[in-house]
Design a protein around this ligand. Structure first.
Ligand code: NDP
Ligand code: MG
Ligand code: MG
Length: 341
């Protein structure tokens, strides 16, 4: 059983004695910066020239500097720009200003795991990865709770990197919920697999196929939307509360029996073979290279795939329906930076 750390296992005074630079002020960046500040930690934000986030950070009373100046001032640098730009920001504006005794922190192991970033001698390399979107990390903290987090140490130059990571996790609320120790390799590979095979890729594709199957058979798109997308949240909430077993306990016997006989027909053993192939592409770096090569070319494949996803008929149906829902407010504001893409 993995060891889980809570508030009592972490010493907040360690991070309170450091000078932290948060690079990037997006989904994770704003949450880490504000939670650290509210935990009594000295924080500054590093952003590129002309950054759109600058005004938002300043409106919260945070000090915004260039990335280079923020790194220069700080002795703990948390990199929270999108993964695909981290290596350029690192090479140009972070590495030249690192000195012995500094700590380089990440919220996802991608760039270290796939060798796009390597830190100089004498610098701690660690990870504090909240297992939730940044906006939840902030909201839960403000409510006196926290989002569980993973910590990992890639390089323990100081001999205290783990205690430092745990202290950071406490300051952003992670150890209120629970902190689990992992490695950069395990976090990166399982995170990519989870989002590709199940959470984002798998679920999205399954919802689209379900919607297509019903509408192609002549059922109304609005009804199809409710059955294959809207109710998903209710089912997932039950799973989170009590596992798949609680979900099966709560639904009707008809639904439970249908789950047993039709689930394995839809998600047949080929799907597991496909998942293994996806995992293998993650482990050997094929996925990372494809993503970064596309990004370096300006993201043509990414842009095309995003447009294709947005053009799926389920999106138009959902947009219309959600306008009519009195109980879900302004969900379609997400493009205004509400939710990270
Ligand atoms: P975002 O896409 O929300 O980050 C955007 C921020 O980065 C903005 O402030 C943006 O500035 C800034 N930025 C973009 N390019 C540069 C640059 N070249 N130099 C300086 N700043 C730049 O990132 P996320 O919060 O989604 O991800 C950050 C890290 O956290 C990643 O490693 C990710 O894997 C990890 N993570 C993310 C989670 C999430 O909830 N999204 C969950 C757990 C981990 P501007 O306003 O100018 O565009
Ligand atoms: Mg991820
Ligand atoms: Mg039903």
């Amino acid at each position: 059983m993995a060891e889980i750390y809570y508030d009592d296992d972490a010493d907040l005074s360690i991070i309170q004695g450091r000078h932290v630079a948060i690079i990037g002020y997006g989904s994770q960046g704003h949450a880490h910066a504000l939670n650290l500040r509210d935990s009594g930690v000295d924080v500054r934000i590093g952003l590129a020239e002309g950054s759109k986030s600058k005004a938002k950070a300043e409106a919260e009373g945070l000090r915004v500097l260039s990335v280079a100046d923020a790194v220069e001032e700080a002795d703990l640098i948390m990199i929270l720009t999108p993964d695909q730009v981290q290596r350029t920001v690192y090479a140009e504006s972070i590495q030249p200003h690192l000195t012995t005794g500094d700590a380089l922190f990440f919220a996802h192991g991608f760039n270290i795991r796939f060798g796009y970033i390597s830190a100089p001698e004498g610098v701690d390399v660690a990870m504090v990865a909240p297992k939730g979107p940044g906006h939840t990390v902030r909201r839960e903290f403000e409510a006196g709770r926290g989002v569980p987090a993973l910590i990992a140490v890639e390089k323990d130059a100081s001999g205290n990197a783990e205690a430092l990571a745990l202290s950071y996790a406490k300051a952003i609320g992670g150890s209120r919920a629970g902190v689990i120790k992992t490695t950069f390799t395990e976090e990166t590979e399982t995170d990519l697999f989870g989002e590709q095979a199940v959470l984002c890729g798998g679920v999205s594709q399954m919802v689209q196929y379900g919607f297509e199957t019903l509408t192609e058979a002549g059922y109304k798109p609005e009804i199809a939307y409710f059955e294959v997308l809207h109710e998903l949240k209710l089912i997932v909430d039950l799973m989170i509360e009590g596992g798949i077993a609680k979900q099966r306990w709560s639904v009707s016997d008809t639904a439970e029996y249908g789950d047993y006989v039709s689930g394995p027909r839809v998600i047949d053993p080929h799907v597991k073979e496909n998942m293994k192939a996806v995992l293998s592409d993650i482990q050997d770096g094929t996925f990372a290279k494809r993503f970064i090569d596309d990004q370096d070319a300006g993201g043509p494949e990414f842009t095309e795939l995003r447009a294709k996803g947005e053009a799926h008929p389920i999106e138009a149906t959902g947009r219309e329906l959600r306008q009519l829902f009195s109980w879900i407010k302004s969900n379609d504001d997400y493009t205004e930076g509400q939710v990270s893409r």
